[in-house]
Design a protein around this ligand. Structure first.
Ligand code: GLU
Length: 576
């Protein structure tokens, strides 16, 4: 049977699409109230969180419920075939913990796994294949979160997602567009084509999509718990799907997978205590370092363009260090104390000219700023990887003051493109976050976690929660989080204004990435006076979600007002 005939047959057997007659629910990107609050990019996901909060669940329960639902409605960004980083504030204990459930490299990996004839392979050669797939961490992460800090079972928190996967949800323009962009990739894998294509073409916006296989996978998890994913038939199906497409993963790789509880990165900025994600995500360190650099300026007293120039320069310097030093802490000893020291930030600040953009920054020398200044292997290059703009971020709080800030992903849009047959979820391509050529801290190695940019963040003022923020977007995650904090704290914007402002992302590349329309604006003209310049291919940057804890005890949930099809902010009890 030809590939296309197989796809059509599989589609007619598995795909369950009908044209929906239900009207679209109006999404609200901002909501203020009391009790719990949630902001995600998907209405059904936010509703799942509120349903769990209303049943007495806490923020952790609600976050897993929302994440599982996003796995249905935003399957190209996230799901149980991927991994993530969850930051949790436990109100009773007044402490912040993080759960790293990043995908890991199978035991078969070596530093040369993405090289051919001594040269780094192209991203495109690797992505749509089993070689790009890391051992998924999501289910283990959810298990650790629920088991340690939740109050509900898998069965309870997966119920809303099972409902959406079984009954279906309305495909929007964004969803259909993402399928369209990935038609070639999805066509290569029959189970993927069966689910997301119709006659070889992207399913249209306005159709109701059901995913009974994913509902089945969630039901099995609900009944059997975490082991179902890592040791049972589902594990065998994952191994089969990866190895059947050129990968080399084993059942032992899955059975050995562990999530890690890690100490978050803690830094201070103008009276705020900021908690971010530690390595293997570079997010917390890079955001903290850039803020440390910015703290030396009286930004409020300056014209906006001068402050934004400094934001771009601080980000450029932080990225030079991030690209050179940061990787999985179980494999590489990064000079974190030095990178995070205020004195080191002051040294880096000396490189910034307030009236002139710099070209390309080189990594600094943080070692003298450490208590132990011994110098391990120094990287010899500052690498900038091509990274896309995918993933999802959600944030939830509950009536008791617990907060979850959670970013999770399958890497590229649609990950590797491989749907696990019979289980309806896409496998990640997270291994492409490694540097394909060495020597560099972030080279692939067996059991290693590739460096991430995910930056779930929670900020406090005077010991009380102030706000949470996070975003998708590859390496632009770091700049989106940084710029939103800068907009909010330094430019005095409200959180909705801070989120909706045009995004400028400087990652020590050739030019600053900006969003469509920005390059023609007066804001751009003002910044160009310092020599800042913009990339030629503007695109939407990030899809942030935030919570603000107001002095009167209410919470404001804030999602995107115009990006990614408008986000969904909900509160348990509206203040209006
Ligand atoms: N793989 C990316 C990271 O871990 C997230 C995916 C994306 O947003 O591109 O930073």
């Amino acid at each position: 049977m030809s590939q296309s005939a197989r796809i059509v047959l599989a589609a007619s057997l598995v795909l369950s699409i009908t044209v929906s007659s239900t009207p679209a629910v109006a999404k609200t990107p901002v909501a203020t109230g009391t009790g719990g609050a949630v902001a995600t990019i998907s209405e059904p996901a936010s509703q799942a969180a509120i349903a769990i909060l209303n049943k007495g669940g806490n923020a952790v329960d609600a976050a897993v419920a929302a994440a599982a639902t996003l796995g249905v409605t935003d399957p190209f960004s996230c799901g149980i075939g991927g991994g993530g980083f969850m930051l949790i504030y436990l109100a009773k204990d007044k402490r912040v913990i993080s759960i790293d459930h990043r995908e890991t490299a199978p035991a078969s990996f070596t530093p040369a796994v993405f090289q051919q004839n001594g040269k780094a392979m192209d991203f495109e050669q690797v992505v749509a294949s089993g070689r790009s797939v890391g051992v998924p961490g999501t289910v283990r992460g959810w298990h650790e979160a629920l088991d340690r800090y939740g109050s509900m079972s898998f069965k309870q928190v997966l119920a809303p997602a099972i409902d959406v996967a079984s009954k279906g949800f309305k495909v929007n323009d964004n969803f259909s567009h993402l399928v369209q962009e990935n038609e070639t990739k999805f066509t290569r894998f029959p189970a993927t084509a069966a689910l997301y294509l119709k006659n070889g073409k992207a399913i249209a916006a306005g159709t109701t999509l059901r995913n009974p296989d994913l509902a089945k996978a969630y039901r099995e998890l609900a009944a059997g718990g975490v082991k179902v994913f890592y040791t049972g038939k589902m594990a065998a199906a994952v191994v089969g799907a990866v190895n059947g497409n050129g990968g080399a993963i084993t059942l032992a790789d899955l059975a050995n997978y562990e999530a890690r509880l890690r100490q978050p990165v803690h830094s201070t900025y103008r009276g705020y205590d900021i908690y971010g994600m530690p390595l293997p995500s570079s997010g917390g360190v890079a955001v903290a370092q850039a803020l440390n650099i910015l703290e030396g300026y009286d930004l409020k007293a300056m014209p906006r363009a001068s402050a934004e120039h400094l934001y771009l320069e601080a980000s450029r310097l932080a990225f030079a260090d991030r690209n050179a030093y940061l990787a999985d802490p179980e494999y590489v000893e990064a000079p974190l104390a030095g990178l995070l020291s205020k004195d080191y930030a002051a040294r880096r600040r000396e490189l910034i000219r307030p009236d002139q953009a710099s070209a390309h920054a080189t990594a600094g020398d943080p070692y003298p700023f450490q208590n132990d200044p011994s110098v391990p292997l120094r990287p010899n290059a500052s690498k900038l990887l091509a990274e896309g703009a995918h993933t999802t971020h959600l944030t939830v709080s509950d009536k008791d003051g617990n907060i979850v800030s959670y970013t999770y992903t399958i890497e590229s849009w649609g990950g590797s493109g491989i749907v696990v047959p019979g289980y309806g979820f896409l496998l990640n391509n997270e291994m492409t976050d490694f540097d394909f050529s060495g020597p560099a801290p972030n080279v692939p190695e067996a059991g290693k976690r590739p460096r991430s940019s995910m930056s779930p963040t929670i900020a406090f003022k005077d010991g009380k929660p102030a706000f949470s923020i996070g975003s998708p977007g590859g390496a632009t995650i770091i700049t989106t989080v940084l710029q939103t904090i800068f907009n909010y704290i330094d430019l005095g914007m409200t959180m909705p204004q801070a989120l909706n402002a045009p995004r400028l992302s400087e990652r020590n590349g050739m030019a600053t990435d900006v969003e469509p329309g920005f390059a023609d604006s007066a804001q751009a003209r003002a910044l160009e006076k310092t020599g800042q310049h913009w990339s030629k291919t503007p695109q939407e940057i990030g899809a942030a979600n935030a919570l603000v804890f107001n002095p009167d005890g209410t919470v404001t949930a804030v999602s995107e007002g115009h990006r990614h099809g408008v986000g969904s902010a909900l509160v348990q009890r509206s203040a209006h």
